[in-house]
Design a protein around this ligand. Structure first.
Ligand SMILES: Cc1cc2nc3c(=O)[nH]c(=O)nc-3n(C[C@H](O)[C@H](O)[C@H](O)COP(=O)(O)OP(=O)(O)OC[C@H]3O[C@@H](n4cnc5c(N)ncnc54)[C@H](O)[C@@H]3O)c2cc1C
Ligand code: FES
Length: 280
């Protein structure tokens, strides 16, 4: 679980003002990594910052023994990480957590908000296409952000996507839930005449992004009877289920409220079990 991974690449991607970095790590993590899992990285040799920083696994290449991570410089830890050079080694705990379920048929709807797209990258790559049709809805602040966070990568993958920006500088202006809701209405209309629902392709959904977006996507999916998994990015300390620093509230099948650890029981949960406004 404690690994020493070699930094193959660590560089700024896109517009400098967006401060988004791509890091490729070579070592054992790639052997077992699954989409939706994360690695907990020690960012400094000293005890400041004391805690590791969790980052999602955005790409997995088992043959080359490499995982890819994208991160946005948010504070001290990620700033220190951005200063690490190729060929240095990093202490990595992981891969950690419970990842996404990968559908084997039907249409897979992916909804990402901001940097929530990073775990979605490895998920898309793990899905067998064309047996499963993928459609991504991705919302960000503006054009510069989307370009820096991987728009070209999506184009290279040939993914069917719709994008939104808050300022309208690219794609549709507004929230990512707008085109998602519209698309579901179109799908529903196109199958309106089909009485036997087993004749319509199953829909699955997965989402990662800010809590407000995840809550809205959950409501839309529940209304439309679509199974949804969400990745919760709670703040984390130990990362392995010991400190309870990342608990979230879920409702079990009997309706009882339970605490679950985002780092170990998640970060991916069935959306229908998450209690969004519970606090902790
Ligand atoms: C499971 C998981 C996966 C993640 N994957 C990625 C990823 O792939 N790429 C990426 O850029 N970031 C990701 N994050 C967020 C990332 O861990 C934080 O941005 C990072 O730990 C911040 O550390 P820092 O020392 O740079 O900033 P800090 O000084 O610790 O914080 C700076 C700012 O970021 C906010 N912040 C810190 N952690 C989080 C968090 N978990 N959620 C929301 N806001 C936070 C703080 O409130 C503060 O405003 C992930 C978080 C989790 C829990
Ligand atoms: S971070 Fe310690 S239990 Fe999740």
């Amino acid at each position: 679980m404690y690994l020493n991974e070699k930094v193959v690449e660590n560089r700024l991607v896109g517009h400098p003002g967006q401060a988004i970095y791509k890091m490729v790590l070579k070592g054992q993590a790639a052997q077992t990594a699954q989409p939706g899992q994360f690695v907990h990285i020690r960012v400094a040799e000293s005890f400041d910052p004391l805690l590791r920083r969790p980052l999602s696994i955005a790409g997995i290449n088992r043959e080359r023994e490499e995982i890819t991570i994208y991160y946005r410089v948010a504070g001290k830890g990620t700033r220190l990480l951005s200063q690490i050079r190729a060929n240095e080694y990093l202490s990595v705990l992981g891969p950690l957590g419970t990842g996404f379920t990968i559908p084997r048929d039907g249409e897979f709807l992916l909804i990402a908000g901001g940097i929530g797209v990073f775990p979605i990258y490895s998920l898309m790559e793990a899905v067998a296409q064309p047996q499963v049709k993928i459609k991504l809805f991705w919302g960000g602040e503006n054009k510069e952000f989307l370009e820096s966070a991987g728009l070209k990568h999506l184009q290279d993958l040939g993914i069917d996507y719709e994008i939104t920006t808050l300022d309208g500088s690219l794609g549709q202006q507004g929230l990512v839930t707008d085109p998602f809701r519209k698309y579901l209405a179109e799908v529903s209309n196109s199958f309106a005449g089909v009485k036997d629902k087993t004749k319509t392709p199953p829909l699955w959904a997965a989402a990662c992004g800010p809590p407000g977006m995840l809550k809205a996507v959950t409501e839309i999916c529940l209304e439309n009877g679509i199974p949804l998994e969400v990745s919760l990015e709670e703040r984390m300390a130990c990362g392995v289920g010991a400190c309870l620093g990342c608990v979230c509230t879920v409702r079990d099948a009997a309706g009882n409220l339970r605490r679950k650890r985002a780092c170990k029981d998640g970060p991916v949960f069935e959306a229908k079990e998450v209690v969004w406004d519970a606090g902790v």
